[in-house]
Design a binder for this molecule. Sequence first.
Ligand SMILES: [Mg+2]
Length: 85
Amino acid sequence: MSIYAEAINFFGVAHQVGKALEEIAELKEAIETFGEGKDTKDHVCEEIADVKIMCLQLRIMFGNDIVDEWKLKKIERLKRLVSDE
Ligand SMILES: [Mg+2]
């Protein structure tokens, strides 16, 4: 079992969804304050890591396959947007 699945089993789905929202808010705040020159790049990176960890738990909670399908679609769309064609 991955550490992400272990965390969900240990803390529970509701708790980890709440934690995800908390970490997303922290990243938003860090990016904004960094943009104002009031926060460090290292702190933004820390918050990115927190959100990545929580996103990998959300992926398990909401459905690995569906998230992966959407990710493929979004990447394909991004490739089209940045291509010259
Ligand atoms: Mg955090």
